[in-house]
Design a protein around this ligand. Sequence first.
Ligand code: UDX
Length: 449
Amino acid sequence: MYKLSFIGLGPVGLCTAVCFAKKGFTVIGSEMDEAKARQIRSVKPPFYEPNLKELLHEVIKNGNLKIVTSNEAAVMKSDITFITVGTPSNRDGSINLQHVTRASEEIGRALRKKKAAQLIAVKSTVTSGTTLDIVIPTLEKNSGKKCGNGFLLCVNPEFLSEGNAINGTFNPDYIVIGGYNEKSAKPLETLYKDFHGENLPPIVKTNIPTAELIKYVNNTFLATKVSLINTIANICEKTPGADVTKVAEAIGKDHRINPYFLNAGLGWGGSCFPKDLKAFIAYSKKLGYNPTLIQAAYKTNQDQVKFAIQKVKDELKTPKRKRIAILGLAFKPNTDDIREARSLKIVSQLLKQGAAVTAYDPMAISNVKKILKKRIRYASSAVECLKNADCAILVTEWDEFKKLKPEEFTENMRRPILVDGRRIYDPEKFSKKLRYIAVGLGEPLKPQP
Ligand code: UDX
């Protein structure tokens, strides 16, 4: 079995490393942030991900996963090195490659000392051209070796979804291998055959630029699909009697559309969609092509949070001096991640307009406290959050919010007004008991004679 190393232990690097170690592979994870490396070694994952802590405990204890702070050590003791460092945005939205470049330099220097031909696999999300124009030349310069012979190289993007990262690594829909040459692609194919056994998903083999592109196209497609259903939601909302959830339920039955990523809401956030769409737009413009559809999907998403603010204004005239309860802060359920979370945009608008905000989230409060500090109040339960509120906005569809009954709103709020930003409640049941406003829900039809 191949020995593996992962350079960079963010969500992608750590979760993938842990999954390979769980399947019995010898894995070395390299994290240059010493505090973070220590944390991981002592089985305290730096972020929440279902099942991660349990698996990390197992693979650290049985020695399958070792954590180091030296990229050189990681390369020297492995056969395949995955680059899993972050690719943040520059101010203009374009991709920032400083971590990828630095990792390539360090890996290159280690390769110089190594006899065997290491396989380097780029898992970080990078725009087309990055690997051929930056990663390979940097590796060649620092190692003194030629790609395809002195070392092998593949682009192998990941499609991990936060909150489902472990399950997603064990059961991906497909695998992409963009090999420099056949000699480079072969070991990665063997590795995934060993990893997945009988459950091997389809493997798409292609060249390097296409592999890089696939990752962006996958994210762009999904984000655009959500922006489209959000556009439909806004039209439904102005159509008496219309309901976007029924529209989505119906069109989702067309196998060409499918039911996934058709949940209308307050828009998408997280570490990938916003960053990757911006980078893809910047990349396309640099090539001299204006990707108007992708730009529209992005703009639609930016505008979508306005729904919540407008509804507060419609109901309360102004948010000024009103108590607003925010249910959910994480960018989606089952994570403590608040990067690009819609909650932060909504709260900042409400604060700007003079509202008093109380928020509750099962997991993300400590992360939000680091940003918003004492500018809002933090509740320790959903019910406490609702106490004396003039309006509640459901921002993240955590399971525990789905269990709330209309009475919990009516008995605790000063004015029982609920803005359902994720369509988790039954309009019929809730409308009877309180003022219920929801994304993509038109005003009720007048009873037919
Ligand atoms: C995404 C991609 O799914 C994953 O393949 C890629 O590797 C990284 O980016 P992630 O950001 O973890 O994963 O979350 P995802 O479940 O895709 O949701 C992204 C955003 O879209 C969330 O804010 C979510 O609330 C929103 N969303 C998703 C909707 O508003 N409606 C939907 O129907 C689906």
